[in-house]
Design a protein around this ligand. Sequence first.
Ligand code: DX5
Ligand code: ZN
Length: 219
Amino acid sequence: MKKQGIKIAPSILSADFAKMGEEVRALKACGADMVHCDVMDGVFVNNITFGLKMVEDIRKYTDLPLDCHLMIVHPEKYVERFAKAGADVITVHYEACQDNLKEVLLLIKSTGVKCGAVINPDTPVAKIKDVIPLCDMVLVMSVFPGFGGQKFIPSALEKLREIRAIIEESGKDIDLQIDGGVTEENVGEIKAAGANVIVAGSAVFKASDRAAVIAKLKE
Ligand code: DX5
Ligand code: ZN
């Protein structure tokens, strides 16, 4: 097994959008390992956030990897432009791609960017099992996507264990990410279940000492 360290990916969904450049710049000094960019279209999810221009602009404020979580319909239409805008990782939902998931993952890879598959809380691991070996990262949603600050859905833990076993079996170096409702209280069981990339939105951005929270999530 390849041992991966824990990486923290603060979600800028909970940042101050009016100060985004500075919010993103400050993350590195706080110990963040990636910047999680939640792209929402108001169709795939019931909220609208930001798109290509935001990714392109924040690219100038950090050299941390930009982890773009696309919560949009027809993500394949935008993959090349997100890659060009500066994404380092692009993750797409099984629920948005369905039978085309493999093709979309290969399209992402063809742009030179890392690719990942995402499943919602009501989608079983079986739906993505075959494509896991193609992924650089697999993302398990522990809330229904759309908003920050929701409560962690515990059934995600079993999915993490299941996917971690598949990753081990593949012998590949694949990250396993969790997104939604992560706190200092539940991060221990999340890591024990096999996640090594931890998205945290409100836990980081609502804290008065962001560096302290990131350090606690990582330890
Ligand atoms: C939810 C987003 C998450 C969200 C997490 O739709 O995908 O990335 O920002 O926020 P918290 O950590 O507050 O649940
Ligand atoms: Zn996200």
